[in-house]
Write a protein that binds this ligand. Structure first.
Ligand code: OSB
Ligand code: MG
Length: 371
């Protein structure tokens, strides 16, 4: 496969409602899209990828503007015109660019999309997925009041979502979980701290055990694995690592140290499908379940997440949910919808399996550059 040209563009999409975590309150997404044109013999295919980083470097070190520089000045000049036997080879070419996993993932994932289209099969089959239906949960941000949170949980449960994740931070934790459990005693529940605690909070975190949470996500530092292992020994609730896992070596270390019972795999954070497939293989071998995390993606990133979620060891409901939870109008057709049973049916057409709404993408574009 030869990448003959690429277009990098930024689109802006306002969120239907603000999304608040322990590190930021997000209102509008500034999303970079990578569009590749790929030739293979006489055949041509397009491929689309999304950079999943935030607008500011608060979740990880990446941000929209940083990723734009990395892609424009380094990654795209390195790969456009290049010949690649496999989508993983494009990541090998970009390996000299340290870090910047989400920027690089958009390029690799776009090539996977093109490669699947060239093979005439849906992306989820192309990566080796086997699930014809994926289980979905929702991630609910920090709200202005407990009542608002309880109303939101009731609404999402009524829509069918199989599990609820709530964001927590110091001051929005024990009392909130207590209320949620009082009103929803049996709901499959987890809490995501996005690194808001330290080991000094071990006593507080131990109190979470009484709520029967499925897991507690990333309680400690974004760059730590070792101290999560120390904390895990003090908790009954399994820890789920998100921010800390960048590649299969991190996953292996976390497993060996007993730092977690679950891993949240995000395609961007691990650098794309080839790395995610390695994390998948290692966790499956260790019988450590994983699920697919989200980064408030547009339909393109969402479609990639659906494909990832069809892999065998993605055995827990993920943060992959319907387009309409975030967007007034998504950039793909059809939009992502969820069944009344809280599942998504992966598409059957080649590649991403969703058409790109080109007019809408053009309308939302604030700048674009071709390579
Ligand atoms: O930690 O999982 C996270 C959104 C932005 C940054 C980090 C996280 C999240 C989410 C949203 O939880 C999940 C989604 O896209 O629905
Ligand atoms: Mg998380």
């Amino acid at each position: 496969m030869k990448i003959t040209s690429a277009t990098l563009r930024e689109i802006r999409m306002p969120l239907l409602s603000p999304f608040e975590t322990s590190f930021a309150r997000m209102q509008q997404r500034r999303i970079l899209l990578v569009q590749l044109v790929v030739h293979d013999g006489d055949a041509t295919a397009e491929g689309w990828g999304e950079v999943t980083c935030g607008e500011a470097p608060y979740y990880n070190a990446e941000s929209t503007d940083i990723a734009a520089i990395v892609l424009r000045d380094f990654a795209l000049p390195l790969v456009v015109g290049g010949e690649f036997a496999h989508p993983a080879a494009v990541s090998a070419r970009m390996a000299r660019i340290r870090g910047n996993a989400m920027a690089k993932a958009a390029v690799e994932n776009a090539l996977w999309d093109a490669s699947a289209r060239l093979a005439g099969e849906p992306l989820w089959r192309h990566i080796g997925g086997s699930r014809a239906e994926i289980a979905c949960g929702v991630s609910i941000g920090i709200k202005d009041s407990v009542e608002e949170l309880l109303d939101t949980i009731a609404r999402e449960r009524a829509a069918g979502y199989q599990r609820i994740k709530i964001k927590i931070k110091p001051g929005w934790d024990l009392a909130i979980l207590e209320q949620v459990r009082t009103h929803f005693p049996d709901v499959p529940l987890l809490a995501d701290a996005n690194s808001a605690y330290t080991l000094d909070d071990a006593g507080l975190l131990q109190e979470f055990d009484r709520f029967g949470l499925m897991m507690i996500e990333q309680p400690l530092w974004h760059d730590d694995i070792y101290l999560h292992a120390r904390l895990q020994r003090q908790l009954k609730t399994p820890i789920c690592l998100d921010e800390s896992i960048h590649h299969v070596r991190d996953a292996r270390l976390a497993i060996e140290l007993g730092a977690c019972g679950v891993i949240n795999v995000k395609l961007g954070r691990v650098g794309g499908f080839s790395s995610a497939l390695e994390v998948h293989a290692a966790t499956r071998a260790a019988e450590l379940p994983v699920w697919c995390g989200g980064m408030l993606e547009s339909g393109i990133g969402r479609a990639h997440n659906i494909a990832l979620s069809t892999l065998e060891n993605f055995s827990l409901p993920g943060d992959v949910s319907a387009s309409r939870r975030y967007w007034r109008e998504d950039i793909i057709d059809p939009e992502v919808t969820v069944t009344p049973q809280g599942t998504i049916l992966p598409p059957s057409s080649p590649g991403l399996g969703f058409a790109i709404k080109r007019d809408l993408v053009q309308k939302l574009t604030v700048w674009e550059q071709s390579f």
